[in-house]
Design a binder for this molecule. Structure first.
Ligand code: CA
Length: 185
């Protein structure tokens, strides 16, 4: 039973990704890596993060490189949600990890009005097969102060990449900063 549930969760994530990729915006800069501090910005958008639906054609989703509410460095990501007709959010690029090793995934978030879920997805070496997906942040109430979330991830055999999907529920504002994936040595 558990196996069936896991498989369907992975399938749902795959369907979700396929459906949103046609309607997302990403500015790429390979040198910026994860850009988890949102410090590298191009044309107003933090690079290497994909935003969906495409904020340039979706008035209900506004992406801001914020310098007012910052947890780390000079900038943070700020997302303002109006009345969305589909679930808005953003995702990281795929970060390579090595099987048998452990990593700390960490992030700071702040919300006003909206709910936030963050799913951590693990992929195989082909980068196309989702091996597991788990909710590592489930913030149902507003977080008026920055809140730090951490997950320890033990990477199993055949697992090769990790990425994060942030899903926002309801109208409001979200800030995000200081996201990292670091190996525990
Ligand atoms: Ca920052």
């Amino acid at each position: 039973m558990k196996r069936i549930f896991t498989v369907s969760l992975v399938s749902l994530t795959a369907i979700f990704l396929t459906s949103c990729q046609s309607n997302e915006l990403i500015k790429s800069s390979p040198a910026a890596g994860l850009n988890g501090g949102f410090e590298t910005v191009e044309e107003g958008y933090p690079v290497n993060w994909a935003f969906f639906p495409n904020p340039e054609s979706s008035p209900s989703l506004q992406v801001v490189s914020d310098s007012e509410h910052v947890r780390e460095g000079q900038r943070a990501l700020k997302i303002v949600i109006g009345k969305p007709d589909r679930i808005p959010g953003f995702r990281s690029r795929r970060i390579p990890v090595q099987s048998g090793r452990k990593y700390t995934l960490a992030m700071s978030v702040r919300t006003e009005g909206c709910k936030l879920k963050v799913n951590r997805v693990v992929l195989d070496a082909s980068r196309t097969k989702n091996l597991r997906s788990d909710t590592i942040v489930d913030a149902r109430d507003s977080l008026p102060e920055w809140k730090r979330y951490e997950e320890t991830l033990a990477v199993s055999e055949d697992e090769a990449y990790v990425f994060l999907i942030f899903l926002i529920d309801g109208s409001g504002t979200l800030w995000c900063d200081d996201i990292s994936i670091e190996e525990i040595t």
